[in-house]
Design a protein around this ligand. Structure first.
Ligand code: ZN
Length: 420
């Protein structure tokens, strides 16, 4: 009987550029409220202040409004898009609020455009003058009609699409001028936030094509199936703490599984590639942490597929695991994904305790052979916990495996009649 087995893994290493942008995350799951907020910080003070002001306003308004309803849970989700050109940094912040006391969910957008030459946040009137806006009005109308013919309300076009800058607060600048409208402004609720793109001759295409160097490395692990194993898992990242967590794991010859959010992958692609290169596993934790059991089938699939795609685009890695947000699963989720759904055996409650001593005390005696342990790589206190708890678990005789390796060990043990 073979006592040891090898898991040979082939990994792709990608040398990629790094931006100065970090992602901040607030995820709370209280009795009556589920909150998931993601936003970028750029180290440009004026821009960051504007982003933070919006996040704080929405978050506190949501809490004030919904805190006292505890019959049914309310959900706040803020997601972002970030992109820049030679002259402009663009941030789009998308707010989604759902609650049983609302007739329909609320979808809002806030855009911020930062001019890197003038070092200031600009309005549309800083970019084009009134004469130009007058010229654009018929173009905007035509674009809306052709792109959103199923939901446009024609009377609203007449009152809203006029040469008045106050009507165009949400815009971004890429190789086109992009203008956004929230639902119920010029469209019925049938359409979500709408976006039209207008060609402006001055905005020449300046898309940088990134050079990618792809190098192959292979990692071989030796795991003794007769010895205790534990799978450490992290949700909601990557974040600015993930890279040092990876270093701690590597220092201890340990590995883990990271259930990442699709909307963080591009900014933290270096971290994600490092995780893969160090022999960790990557799983899918949805695109922007929406409460998945409440979504339509199409929206649910979109959350999963978008995340699979962006992970693959940035790392050449295809996840096979999926961890549902808020640990919430139903048959719609079970029957509509090919990914293995992974929950956990031990919950560190790190997001709540935020103190490494308290976290370790809570879980150290509960962790047993074959357990999956839940952490979040979005807190400094979790990084500190990992630094202490990994050597403690090693001392107790645990081997660290990824979730897929844990499944393999289960199979091998069954073949070895381990559980007899
Ligand atoms: Zn989560």
């Amino acid at each position: 009987m073979k006592k040891f087995f090898l898991i040979g893994l082939l990994f792709l290493l990608c040398a990629c550029s790094n931006d100065n942008v970090t992602l901040e995350t607030i995820i709370e799951n209280k009795k009556s409220m589920a909150i998931a907020i993601n936003y970028p910080l750029t180290k440009i003070k004026k821009l960051d202040d504007e982003i933070l002001k919006y996040i704080e306003e929405v978050n506190s308004a949501f809490k004030n409004e919904y805190e006292n309803y505890d019959l049914n849970s309310s959900e706040l989700n803020i997601d972002y898009k970030y992109f820049k050109t030679d002259n402009y940094i663009n941030v789009e912040l998308y707010t989604f609020i759902n609650s049983s006391i609302l007739a329909h969910p609320i979808n809002e957008i806030k855009t911020i455009v930062y001019d890197t030459k003038k070092n200031k946040i600009i309005k549309l009137s800083d970019f084009i003058d009134l004469e130009k806006l007058k010229e654009l009005v018929p173009v905007i109308k035509q674009k809306i009609i052709s792109k959103y013919k199923d939901c446009v309300v024609m009377e609203s076009l007449t009152t809203e699409i006029i040469p008045d800058f106050s009507k165009y607060e949400n815009f971004t600048i890429s190789d086109t001028l992009n203008i956004y409208f929230e639902p119920y402004v010029i469209t019925s609720g049938f359409c979500n936030i709408i976006e039209i793109n207008i060609e402006i001759p001055e905005l020449k295409k300046d898309k940088n094509v990134e050079e990618k160097t792809i190098k192959h490395t292979s990692i071989t692990k030796t795991i003794n199936p007769n010895q205790k194993v534990v799978a450490i898992t992290f949700d909601d990242g990557p974040s600015k703490y993930t890279s040092s967590i990876l270093d701690i794991l590597k220092k201890n010859d340990a590995c883990a599984t990271f259930f990442v959010l699709g909307n963080k992958v591009a900014i933290y692609k270096d971290t994600l590639n490092k995780a893969i290169n160090y022999g960790n596993e990557i799983g899918n934790h949805s695109y922007n942490h929406k409460w998945l059991t409440r979504l339509s089938l199409e929206e649910f699939k979109n959350q999963i597929d978008k995340t699979q795609d962006i992970i693959y685009e940035n790392t050449n890695y295809i996840p096979t695991l999926f961890r549902p947000t808020y640990g919430s699963v139903n048959n719609k989720i079970k029957n509509n994904t090919d990914l293995d759904i992974v929950l956990w055996d031990v919950d560190s409650l790190d997001w709540k305790l935020k103190n490494s001593k308290k976290i370790i005390n809570r879980i150290i005696d509960d962790i047993s052979d074959m357990d999956i342990v839940l952490f979040h790589d979005t807190y400094k206190s979790t990084e500190q916990t990992i630094e202490k708890i990994i050597p403690m678990l090693k001392e107790k005789g645990f081997q660290f495996v990824t979730v897929s390796e844990l499944y393999e060990i289960k199979k091998i043990r069954n073949q070895l009649d381990f559980y007899k």
